[in-house]
Write a protein that binds this ligand. Structure first.
Ligand SMILES: CC(C)(COP(=O)(O)OP(=O)(O)OC[C@H]1O[C@@H](n2cnc3c(N)ncnc32)[C@H](O)[C@@H]1OP(=O)(O)O)[C@@H](O)C(=O)NCCC(=O)NCCS
Length: 200
């Protein structure tokens, strides 16, 4: 992935990662852009795109260290959050403000400490999307294999991947690629399944 792909990744994210499933989407495309840019700029993040004839048709983001990447993202987004929010550039596009605050606290706690499930695995996938017209052709699996190589190159032996419990395609994809269900946790708005995999 290169910097110019960030806006295409954000478009895919806004289209295929509904606010009910992906917390990030609640704050709109500008927030997702800041998130993806922080991911892209950090050596702790891994960002990959799938291209067809120059078009980005899918992406995978991952991290070798959830806690420290989250801190960097918070530093990047944090100081400009309130002014941007007040100016209406970050908009809550789903649910109430109270529910969003609860989810924000949950997400920050989850990614900075993972204390909710005693999960100490710091590396893992953060987002994966394949555009609808290209789904079911093995591309999601190929993107994940790329992610495994990224982790291997960094000497990482175990990874986690949290998913929305009702996302059947993602659930099956994780099972197929050798992930095991590690825990099921209740967030303020939905249930989340934490998958874990050993990298060999
Ligand atoms: C989840 C997603 C990435 C899968 O990508 P994909 O390219 O369609 O998946 P693949 O073709 O590589 O499928 C690999 C395996 O995943 C499972 N799978 C994929 N789509 C499935 C579906 N609609 N129903 C059930 N299982 C499915 C199957 O086990 C499949 O193996 P098989 O073809 O041998 O049966 C894609 O559906 C997507 O982008 N969805 C929207 C965004 C999203 O939910 N992302 C996941 C966030 S955690």
């Amino acid at each position: 992935m290169n910097r110019g792909d960030i806006c295409k990744v954000v478009s895919l994210h806004m289209k295929y990662r509904p606010v009910e499933e992906a917390f990030l989407s609640r704050f709109g495309p500008e927030f997702v852009t800041d998130f993806m840019t922080a991911h892209y700029e950090s050596e702790l993040g891994g960002c990959f795109v799938m291209e067809l004839d120059g078009e980005v048709i899918g992406y995978l983001t991952c991290t070798s260290d959830h806690t420290n990447l989250s801190r960097r993202i918070l530093t990047r987004i944090g100081w400009r959050f309130i002014p941007k929010f007040l100016l209406g550039r970050y908009k809550i596009t789903y649910g109430s403000l109270f529910e969003t605050i609860k989810m924000s606290v949950f997400s920050i706690s989850y990614s900075t400490k993972s204390r909710f499930n005693n999960l100490t695995i710091q590396a893992g996938f953060t987002e994966l999307v394949i555009a609808e017209d290209f789904q079911g052709r093995g591309l999601g699996a190929r993107m994940m294999e790329t992610g495994f190589k990224f982790f291997k190159s960094k000497g990482i032996k175990r990874i986690q991947s949290p998913i929305y419990s009702k996302n059947e395609p993602s659930y099956r994809l994780h099972e197929k690629l050798g992930f095991n269900k590690f825990a099921e946790i209740k967030t303020p708005t939905h249930r989340m399944i934490i998958f874990v995999k050993e990298i060999r």
